[in-house]
Design a protein around this ligand. Structure first.
Ligand code: UT7
Length: 322
């Protein structure tokens, strides 16, 4: 019998502070209309000083466990995707394991920038299908506001904070149908955040902040996401019309619209959260998925395409029967 990994529950967390485009316009040379027209973003959430990637992950994970009615000690694998961990080590996944009171699980972080949650989902799917794990938690958690240069109008308008989570379990019923992950390190210079701890005298000035050549990233993102849509449909021998929902990474509404157009999908079938969340990097797809499950848009049995693109470059997709 084929084993699938199936989504048993979802959760999310957004910090309380809302930072609007107007707020940002007070300190850098930009405007609400420019930001909204070029990105689709109106506001983003900002974590409070006492919050961390792990604390936000905990709230999202607890909500997920509650939705799935799952005892934390039934979890045998935790994968956290984050580019903004509190520590170099231990991993955020280990901190989360402790916060949840789980004693007997493997826990590790993965780093694939904005594609992190798709990478984590893909790894979990392999673990579950092979029988190496029965229940696994995937979390994407980011405090992007702490690695944003708030004087750089090319990046500070884009990012926000939050955490999203999924619980996956072994099932004989169809769940994750396929995952596809890719990388191309050639584009290091277009989007990076240099590690503050390992920076040298020459590099320390830019270290710790997101650096991006936005327009060039934009073009590669649109082309690459178009290709991964084709790859996913072909791998599943599926036609565009069979997809009920697109849950894209929330970087820019124009990138999302290009992918929807490629799939000939109406924007009514696309889950968009970036207007009030901005780009929450590895949390964005999971937050969007959680929102649409909780408000009843995504229903059991429907086919959902998740996709993401980020620094590396990394990119990936997952086709899921929810
Ligand atoms: O999640 C990881 C992947 N990241 C992405 O996918 C981000 C992809 N990139 C983008 O979303 C877009 O490239 C941006 C929103 C970052 C920028 O939009 P754009 O349409 O590509 O603008 P641009 O960089 O080509 O800049 C156009 C003009 C420039 O002025 P000049 O040279 O034409 O006079 C910029 O200096 O807009 C100017 N500009 C701004 N003006 C007002 C750039 N940022 C701003 C700003 N406010 N915040």
């Amino acid at each position: 019998m084929i084993r699938y990994s199936k989504i048993l529950g979802t959760g999310g967390y957004l910090p309380d502070e809302v930072r609007t485009n107007e707020h940002i316009s007070e300190t850098v040379d930009t405007s609400d209309s420019w930001i909204f027209e070029r990105t689709g973003i109106k506001s983003r959430r900002i974590a409070a000083p006492h919050e961390s990637a792990a604390s936000m992950a905990e709230t999202a994970a607890r909500q997920t466990l509650e939705a799935a009615n799952c005892d934390p000690n039934d979890i045998d694998l935790i994968i956290v995707a984050t580019g903004t961990p509190e520590y170099v080590y231990p991993s955020t996944a280990c901190l989360l394991q402790h916060r949840l009171g789980i004693k007997n699980a493997a826990a590790f972080d993965i780093q694939a920038a904005c594609s992190g949650s798709i990478y984590a989902l893909s790894i979990v799917d392999q673990f579950i299908k092979s029988g190496a794990a029965k229940k696994a938690l995937v979390v994407g958690t980011e405090i992007c506001s702490r690695i944003v240069d708030w004087t750089d109008r090319g990046t500070c308008i884009l990012f926000g904070d939050g955490a999203g989570a999924l619980l996956l379990g072994a099932s004989d019923e169809a769940g994750v149908l396929s995952t596809h992950i890719h990388a191309d390190g050639e584009f290091e210079d277009l989007l990076y955040c240099r590690n503050l701890q390992t920076a040298t005298l020459e590099t320390q000035e830019e270290a710790g902040f997101i650096n991006m050549r936005g327009n060039e990233v934009f073009k590669v993102a649109v082309n690459t996401l178009g290709r991964i849509v084709d790859e996913t449909l072909e791998a599943n021998n599926m036609a565009q019309e069979e997809i009920d929902w697109l849950v894209p990474h929330q970087a820019n509404i124009r990138i999302i619209m290009a992918t929807a157009k490629k799939l000939k999908m109406s924007m009514d079938q696309v889950v968009v959260t970036l207007e009030n969340q901005g780009n929450t990097s590895s949390a964005s797809v999971l937050l969007a998925f959680n929102e649409a499950v909780r408000d009843g848009r995504i229903k059991r049995g429907q086919v959902v395409l998740l996709e993401a693109f980020g620094a590396g470059f990394t990119w990936g997709s997952a086709l899921i029967k929810y």
